[in-house]
Design a protein. Sequence first.
Lengths: 379, 369
Amino acid sequence: MSVERMPRPLIQTLLALLLLLPPVGAAEGQLGWRDLVVTGGMSGEGYQGNLPSAGAVLQDSTRTASALVGEVGLRGDGFWRRNGTTRATLFVDGGLRQFAARGFQQRDYAPREWVGEAEVTFYQDLGNSALFSAFTGVRGREVQDRTPMPLFLQPGYMALNGGASLRIGSTAWDWLDLSVSAERADFSAPEFAPQVRLLDRESITLQLAGARGLDPQQGLDAFLAVDLAHYREQETFDSLDPYRRDQTLRARVGWTYRGGMVARAGVEGRLNRSNSRRPEYRSLTLDGQLSTVVFGSTVATAYLVLTAKEYQESIPFARLLPGEEANSASTAFISLSRELARNLDGAFRIGWTRAEAETGDDYFQRLGAGLLLTYRPGL
Amino acid sequence: MNQPTPPHRTDDRGGQEARPGRLARSGRVGRWEGRGCSWELARGLAAAALVLMALFAQPFGPPGLSRSEAGTTGLPGPVSLAAQVPADAARARYERAMEDFRQLQQEGEQLRPRLDQVAATIQNYRDAGNQRAMNDVFLNEFLPRNQRLQDVTVRAGAAKAVLDEARREFLRVLRAREEVLLAELDRTPPPSRAREEEINRQVVRLRQEVNELEREREPIAEVGFSPVPRFDVAPTDGPVELNAQAAFLEQRAQTNVSLIILVDEEIRVREQRLRLERADQDSRVGIIRFDGDRPPGTGPGSRSAAGQAADGRAGDARGGERSFAELPLGEQIEQLRSVRMQAEEARDEALERAAQLRRLAIVRGGGRP
């Protein structure tokens, strides 16, 4: 693909990534990668549930569709260290996913997804018991030849974020972290589907998080957060308060075990209130993850997220926009991975997702299986 | 102690009467002599050059140093520039560096026997079959002490480099000072007798100091991982003594073997944990990377500043010394591999020396007991 044909948000994301990447060899012994991972894989997926979507450009009458998907990705976790202390970290992640979709009535689609993310965080030690950090990041995605439902693909967007946090030691907790962050997301809407811009938003999050070790192998973590979101393209039809504003209260308690296996479990509750009645809801999500060595170097991983959601008021018309269904998605995922060669792992995985479409209590599903190779060069 | 070069009489300005007790450059001839240049002109030019160089040298000196101190930094320059540096400043710098190094050396010397003691305790627990106590001692006592010793070794290496540089500078300053004093003796008109005697005394003191510094160039014992004892075999040592020494070394080797077995197990456990954590991380990233059903920043699995910290990415951003258990798994494994390598070297060295002692015992008339 030529540079001219690359999507503009993607070019912006790539440029931002390049600017944030540490110059190789600029300061020997000071810069390095804690983790660098290259992935590639193939999968087959099936989709079910022909639900209306305001964000979808096209409509198709099929209720089921399938796709063969190929993907490549790169993830890196870099650091800049001075005098043995990490002063900054850089997280980069990017990938390309190519679909060959079948089963639609109108034609066969071949959507292509580009995603990229970079975040740089600076740390400043404030004495023995306080750590200040400031971070800024960019993430973006672009989708070409986007399909109708039920093969839902999140529309392209560019999001910028930044924030700061102060971590302090505490007698009751290992650490407490107070952070404030802000994000602005702009969705790229095709000319004939301007409604996608309804998702544009700005948000501010204030969060108090903490972690406490129970013993050397297990610990608890928790957070309490308030999200204030402003959707500048969504009108409320109230002249005194014309644009949608949401306030979401989130709280989570989690448990982690790191011993002969890695296990995680948590419960997260959300309470959303808005100046628009449609998206007011409360939800509860249970999540768990377990990774264990089953034989030799083979690791089995299971991941499960189950969400229950209840709306404040029953409104018999569309009340969600594509993308907002994330809060009510349920996901199950099982994988078996093993070392194939030095620094090269192979994984077989099966995944299922059930997510809410824009009409409340209507769900579409996705079931897939695939092979993924993971390479960690020189690590 | 070596005596400084004895003063000898000379008259290198042709025709002037040599006076007793005058020190001179050892076998050197003044640069301007024999070329018909006026000595006064040469001195004037040298002084001008000196002032210019002092002016230009300052911006290139390390920050925080005064102009006079900048001359002690090892920057290329004429000896006469170094002569302007007060010897006291160079001496103070050298003494500070020596004190720093000695402190670290002493710390290493205190840590080493403790480490040996802990290694012996591990061996005892291993012999007694007490796996839990053995792991406990290894993780909570051996590794932190070894980490501390490694840290001290690295810092001692850096301190040694600073000390060597400070010594070189101090020597340079002392020699330059000597040059200046000798030049004063050669001056026309010559200095008074009282001044000449004072100069002679100063030169003797300078040369004594130089000799002492030169002697300190001898290698200073380094700190490091529990070295294998080096027995000095006396000509009178018989087979019994030699075999006893060999047995001691073999016991030391066995302690290291136990350590290697223990370290191998710890590495295996951590490699497995790292594999699990990577599988865990890869799975989560695989789910959220393409963000297929999540808007930015929301939904389970989304990242946040606190989330990253919880993942350990901020773990080593905290200053101060961190315990072994606080290090990222990858670094823990690297440290354990380093311990293993050192234990292997110590084991091989102990066995090799024990074998030499056994052979020597046979040569001296005794078989292996």
